[in-house]
Design a protein around this ligand. Structure first.
Ligand code: ATR
Length: 279
């Protein structure tokens, strides 16, 4: 029968995950299928019964279930527990265990492109403090970088991230204005808000006038692939990192947990980009 995999969430009809996981199944030469299980929030218990009855090997979890799913799992990975969110569930020995692969997937995608970027000298600016920012913040702390400053529209939310900090990492909550002023301090700038996403493609969360040319600017928005933020960074001579790579690598980490197969997916970054561009 092969691997039974899938995604729960709402709405998910435009999800790229079935395409991505089919690429992984093909690459790993495994039989299986990755299906969408869509349901409005009140249908979650029913959806989970359906998945259990199907003896699904594993599934991804997206909006609006990433937090509430925790109550339905038998076990939860410590990092996912700390984040309070799960995006991957693995079925093993009759139990469901939850993980979060977003942050680690992001870091993997970054290291694939910039292998020497993350060291104990690296200063990072994180823009945004939502669910995606939490996973990325935690994973960056785990990499032992020197500093991760957080700027967000609502200061309270940025301060909540500090509870995920690892001691050796210097971390301050700053305003967007401060971030703009001291931009030259940062080696890596990561945009995690929804600003610039289709259809508001002209928007940009902060101005990049003070950026250093050797800095890396990363945007997790992937629709469009070339956001205004990345275009601006590129025009100023900085290096850029696109959002769809994170999508691919968080999926690859989930696939690895379900199948115990570790894949080299570097060539799929371009293939996914072509798909997103409609080529
Ligand atoms: P995700 O899980 O994708 O990170 P989220 O948890 O809803 O989504 O977080 C959205 C992020 O985008 C937050 O950092 C949010 O800022 P606030 O915490 O201040 O709300 C940010 N964001 C969304 N719209 C924004 C806007 N128009 N200007 C600035 N920041 C915005």
């Amino acid at each position: 029968m092969g691997y039974q995999l899938g995604l729960i969430g709402h709405p998910i009809s435009h999800s790229l995950s079935p395409w991505i996981h089919q690429q992984f199944l093909d690459l790993a030469e495994l039989d299986g299928e990755y299906k969408l299980y869509e349901g409005s929030p009140d249908r979650l218990p029913q959806l989970l019964e359906e998945l259990k009855a199907k003896k699904i090997n594993g599934f991804n979890v997206t909006v609006p279930y990433k937090q509430v799913i925790v109550d339905y799992l038998d076990e939860i990975d410590p990092d996912a527990e700390l984040l309070g969110a799960v995006n991957t569930v693995v079925y093993s020995n009759g139990k469901w265990k939850g993980y979060s692969t977003d942050g680690e997937g992001y870091v993997r995608s970054l290291i694939e492109t910039f292998p020497n970027l993350l060291t104990n000298q690296t200063s990072v600016l994180l823009l945004g403090a939502g669910g995606a920012a939490r996973g990325i913040y935690r994973a960056l702390n785990g990499q032992g970088v020197a500093k991760v400053d957080i700027a967000n529209r609502s200061k309270d939310k940025a301060e909540q991230l500090l509870s995920l900090r690892i001691d050796e990492v210097d971390s301050n909550v700053i305003s967007y204005q401060q971030a703009e002023e001291q931009l030259a301090e940062y080696d890596l700038i990561i945009q995690t808000t929804s600003v610039g996403m289709k259809p508001n493609v002209e928007e940009q969360v902060i101005q990049l006038d003070n950026i250093r040319q050797d800095a890396v600017v990363s945007d997790i928005v992937y629709q469009p692939i070339m956001t205004q933020f990345l275009r601006d960074a590129s025009m100023r001579g900085a290096n850029i990192h696109h959002g769809h790579a994170m999508l691919l690598y968080q999926g690859e980490l989930a696939f690895e947990k379900w199948t115990n197969k570790k894949l080299d997916v570097t060539h799929l970054v371009q293939k996914l980009e072509n798909k997103l561009r409609g080529e």
